[in-house]
Design a protein around this ligand. Structure first.
Ligand SMILES: Nc1ccn([C@@H]2O[C@H](COP(=O)(O)OP(=O)(O)OP(=O)(O)O)[C@@H](O)[C@H]2O)c(=O)n1
Ligand SMILES: C[C@](O)(CO)[C@H](O)COP(=O)(O)O
Length: 227
């Protein structure tokens, strides 16, 4: 059984809209419902959870309840990783626990369903799989605005989501670091910290994370091309 966890409990401070960015609409659809639709339409996903900020549970539910694979809303935590952990704890209470979990940022609505499926196949084989974009610019390590060194670009990948993992291993990896979850910036780094193997699945550049207001200009262009 494969569960998706769509994390949508953020407040969108950097984007600065009046509502959290996952509820902003591109034409007639919210970003959250665009993301949820991708998981609904992947044949490899059995069910999905949506993690919501406690102040937006009703709105979250309203956006996703039309999807037959939607199971429940889980209340989020104060960081992305705490939100994911709450969903893992919810799943761990079930009699029928998932084999794999596929974790996705609600604010990446342009994910390709074929890539979701590729990450599931890869995680079945290896244990963990992360969609990632190969670096195409030169990349440096910097301190106080000064470049310390230029990194070997061929070894650099930028992590996207979904990130798919063996459920039991990911839960253990999260439990190992439950007091310092907010010091990690994604699920793969927690899984790797626990010593588990994780593979890259090369992703398209357009699976952008809508982080700041200007990203929504790009999103409107992508949406015109591929509604
Ligand atoms: N406590 C949190 C924080 C973030 N997220 C989710 O994690 C994803 C990536 O987070 P980010 O882009 O940082 O979203 P926000 O936290 O909303 O943005 P900001 O940091 O600007 O407030 C988003 O889908 C967001 O809703 C979450 O579920 N719980
Ligand atoms: C999980 C993530 O999208 C992978 O790139 C990213 O680390 C989330 O970062 P944010 O600062 O919570 O948006």
């Amino acid at each position: 059984m494969v569960y998706a966890i769509i994390v949508a409990a953020g407040e969108g401070k950097r984007a600065g809209f009046e509502i959290p960015k996952q509820f902003v609409k591109l034409k007639n659809k919210t970003i959250l419902s665009m993301s949820a639709e991708k998981f609904q339409n992947s044949k490899l996903i059995d069910k999905f959870l949506v993690v919501s900020h406690r102040n937006y549970v009703d709105l979250t539910e309203k956006e996703v309840k039309i999807f037959s694979k939607f199971e429940n809303v889980v209340i989020g935590g104060s960081s992305r990783q705490e939100s994911v952990y709450n969903a893992l704890l919810y799943l761990n209470k079930k009699d029928n626990k998932p084999d794999l979990v596929c974790i996705h940022d609600a604010v990446r609505p342009f994910v390709d369903i074929k890539k979701i499926d590729e990450s599931i196949y890869k995680a079945k084989e290896i244990g963990g799989a992360v969609l990632a974009e190969m670096a195409e610019n030169t990349v440096s390590q910097v301190n106080n605005g000064r470049i310390l060194k230029t990194l070997e670009r061929s070894q650099i990948y930028l992590h996207h989501t979904p990130q798919t993992f063996d459920f039991a291993k990911l839960l253990k990896a999260y439990q190992n670091v439950e007091k310092i979850l907010s010091s990690f910036t994604d699920d793969a780094s927690i899984f790797i910290h626990a010593g588990y193997e994780t593979s890259i699945v090369e992703d398209h550049k357009n699976n952008i994370k809508l982080t700041k207001k200007e990203d929504f200009e790009l999103a409107r262009c992508f949406f015109e091309l591929n509604p």
